[in-house]
Design a protein around this ligand. Structure first.
Ligand code: ATP
Ligand code: LTN
Length: 344
């Protein structure tokens, strides 16, 4: 990842590139979210102009318990900060506090095709998973995500692989709008880590690790205790072999190696050498301890932040004001271009 960031870093005299990303507060942030998204965001805050949201509007596409959702909005913001995002250097905000997202989302719904949305794999997966509640929001969600990105004229969108298709749709929508009305939106690009763009479930290693998974053994949360983290890695599903080596048919081991690699920077060959002659048991324990130790400072910071709701709320308010100021500019340009009246 570091390498990608260095290569893409703008020269000092150029204006900083704009970055936008977000995570839904639909569960406790997992090490998948951390490796695929949050820790890369923290690495970008010096060189880029970064805007990060807690995507709560997105999370109600699946039914949420109101009290739990409210708590998770605080938790998600606290995790962003605990993982190193500085609210002074970045714009950190909660999506529902900035009305321009819903407003541009509606406009973009009208420039997004039924056929395009029908092809989104996340929609297909989620409509299988939540077949009792295939609501219109679940279907049009990528147009809202396009609004999130386009409102800030983002150049780059750091995400895991599962969101690449949505970012590509945002590009298509932006291009379509620009063709009809002239230059309005910057065309964004997805920006993915080299290692760890898709961390798999510990219980079913052919499935993506997902924070809304009901099986507690499938995911490791960034804020799990050291004991929990080690216990979950010990239980991780592997295969009947015993050699720590990256290879076909070894999804469980491959996944553990990818996680270990993400936290240590070692490549697959170096990991195989390190554990040559040792069994899966030793390897799993080493992965668990490495992950738990690496996350310990973030956990401490998180616990302190969660005790200070007033501070979190002040960050939310300040972030929403700064985000709204920028978003309003794009929204009013769009309203003018489509023909809405905006008296001064
Ligand atoms: P949900 O279970 O609610 O769908 P999720 O865990 O899949 O949630 P999202 O909120 O959809 O998480 O994603 C937040 C960010 O984390 C996105 O950039 C996404 O690409 C990334 N991400 C999610 N899961 C993984 C994973 N398993 N590996 C790598 N990156 C991931
Ligand atoms: N849809 C994303 C979360 C998300 C997002 C965004 C990511 C909402 N808005 C804008 C990048 C840019 C998800 O479910 N992972």
């Amino acid at each position: 990842m570091e390498e990608i960031i260095r290569n893409a870093a703008p020269a000092a005299e150029e204006p900083k590139k704009i970055i936008l990303s977000g995570i839904q507060p639909s569960g406790i942030i997992t090490i998948g979210n951390y490796i695929g998204a949050v820790r890369n965001w923290a690495a970008m805050q010096e060189e880029y102009d970064c805007v990060y949201c807690v995507a709560d509007l997105h999370s109600i596409t699946v039914r949420q318990d109101p009290a739990t959702l409210r708590r998770r909005i605080y938790e998600t913001l606290a995790i962003y900060m605990a993982c190193g995002l500085d609210p002074e250097k970045n714009v950190l905000f909660v999506q529902s506090m900035v009305p321009a997202h819903a407003q541009l989302g509606w406009v973009l719904d009208c420039y997004t095709m039924f056929g395009e949305l029908s092809r989104m794999t996340q929609f297909k997966d989620k409509s299988k998973k939540y077949e009792q509640n295939i609501n219109a929001g679940l279907f049009t969600y990528p147009a809202l995500m396009a609004a999130d990105i386009l409102l800030y004229q983002a150049d780059l969108v750091p995400v895991g692989i599962d969101q690449k298709q949505h970012v590509e749709l945002a590009r298509d929508i932006a291009n379509r709008f620009n063709q009809i009305y002239g230059d309005t939106f910057t065309i964004p690009e997805p920006y993915m880590p080299k290692v760890g763009a898709k961390i798999m479930s510990l219980a079913e290693p052919t499935k993506k690790m997902s924070k809304s998974d009901e099986n507690a053994n499938a995911t490791v949360a960034v804020m799990d205790t050291k004991d929990d983290i080690i216990r979950k890695f010990k239980r991780a599903v592997t295969d009947s072999g015993s050699e720590v080596r990256y290879g076909e048919g070894k999804d469980g081991v491959n996944n553990l190696m990818a996680i270990y690699s993400a936290f240590t920077g070692k490549d697959m060959d170096a990991i195989a050498d390190e554990f040559a002659g040792k069994g899966y048991g030793d390897f799993k324990l080493a992965v668990g301890e490495t992950v738990a130790d690496a996350l310990a400072p973030a956990r401490e910071k998180y616990e302190a932040l969660m005790k200070d709701k007033a501070y979190l709320e002040s960050v939310m308010k300040d972030g929403a004001e700064r985000a709204a100021y920028r978003a309003r500019k794009t929204l009013s340009k769009v309203y003018r271009k489509v023909g809405f009246v905006q008296p001064k």
